[in-house]
Design a protein around this ligand. Structure first.
Ligand code: F6P
Length: 351
């Protein structure tokens, strides 16, 4: 049994823990693993490296991915798909484990359903926006990083009597902003799922100030938008999967708030800090469990599946189901978070 492993898309803490777990489980069953470098680019260009138990020993605590990553999409060019299939055969793989988000797993799903390749997926993304799993690994670490950063920002905001707008990642889903916002007791949270009500935001901030609170923290997701404007992007170009580079809403909002309220306002964009460093304990455990499940699926010949978390159980779901839809924020979290800024101000709740 010879198993290829690749990591694709934006990196996140926990990738190495998955790799370690797959390698160990396959090794214990008498098989061997091979690393495919830089996501799908490695399958197109045949970039591989040896992977064994020794090499993966101790990597559980390391952020990033020892295999490298890319946003390469082989389906952009039909000859790249042929090269992937060819390199799969050349490497004498019996299976390939693809660790990635919606895009990487979307490619895995097509390669399995259209080319018949024996593929298994593992759900990775700080955005937590993958269907069919309650949580992805990387998300917990990301919200802890935001929490730590905002705890620090709070002291400087208070000293200077400022408003600080913190922009988080998350693309079209508000999971990071909402859950980290709850964890830091943000005074206002803005997510892509709920259009920005700028008047209400300013009303809350002004009333807070009038009540004697000299500073405020606003957490905004990079994908949050005004009802009459699209999302704010850093550049017009899109990546190989058609995504724009989001970012800039925090700065725009800070300028608008300062102008309206005449209160000194700053913005901080946490950006790739949210994807860096060592995984949290929760993510190390989740990644390890996902890796073991993925290896079990490989050993059982149960392909076209993804390891997923349902409640406390690690289960197998079809890749088709996993890439079917973007999992937007469960608005029940927002309802709970809003007790602190909607409840007191009598404005309509989120529908
Ligand atoms: O999908 C993960 C993510 O970090 C998003 O939250 C963010 O919009 C995007 O990737 C950033 O991508 P890149 O690393 O290519 O700038």
């Amino acid at each position: 049994m010879r198993v290829g492993i690749l990591t694709g898309g934006g990196d996140c803490p926990g990738l190495n823990a998955v790799i370690r777990a797959v390698v160990r489980k396959i090794h214990n069953a008498g098989g061997e693993c091979v690393g495919v470098l830089e996501g799908w680019r490695g399958m197109v260009q045949n970039l591989t490296c040896p992977l064994d138990v020794n090499y993966t020993d101790g990597i559980i605590a390391m952020g990033g991915t020892i295999l490298g990553s890319s946003r390469t999409n082989p389906y952009k060019h039909p000859e790249h798909v042929r090269q992937v299939v060819e390199n799969f055969r050349k490497n004498a793989f019996d299976a390939l484990v693809a660790i990635g988000g919606e895009d990487t797993l979307g490619v895995a799903h097509k390669l399995h359903s259209q080319e018949g390749l024996p593929l298994v997926g593992v759900p990775k993304t700080i955005d937590n926006d993958l269907s069919a799993t309650d949580f992805t690994f990387g998300f917990d670490t990301a919200i802890n990083i935001v929490m730590e950063a905002v705890d620090r920002l709070r002291t400087t905001a208070e000293s200077h009597r400022r408003i600080i707008v913190v922009e988080t990642m998350g693309r079209h889903a508000g999971w990071i902003a909402c859950l980290s916002g709850m964890a830091v007791a943000a005074d206002y949270i803005l997510v892509p799922e709920v259009p920005i009500n700028f008047d209400h935001l300013c009303q809350v901030l002004a009333e807070r100030r009038a009540a004697g609170k000299k500073y405020s923290i606003v957490v905004v997701s990079e994908g949050a938008q005004f009802p009459d404007r699209g999302m704010i992007a850093k550049a017009a170009e899109v990546d190989a999967f058609g995504h724009v580079k989001l970012g800039g809403i925090g700065e725009v909002l800070a300028g608008m708030i300062e102008e309206r309220l005449k209160v000194e306002t700053r913005s901080v964009t946490l950006g790739h800090l949210q994807r860096g460093g060592s995984p949290s304990a929760y993510d190390r455990v989740l990644s390890t469990r996902f890796g073991i499940k993925a290896a079990e699926l490989v050993l059982a010949g149960d392909f076209g599946k993804m390891a997923a978390l349902r409640g406390n159980d690690i289960v197998a779901v079809s890749l088709a189901e996993a890439v079917n839809d973007t999992k937007r924020l469960d608005l029940r979290y927002m309802e709970e978070a809003q007790e602190w800024f909607l409840g007191a101000y009598q404005v309509p709740r989120v529908e």
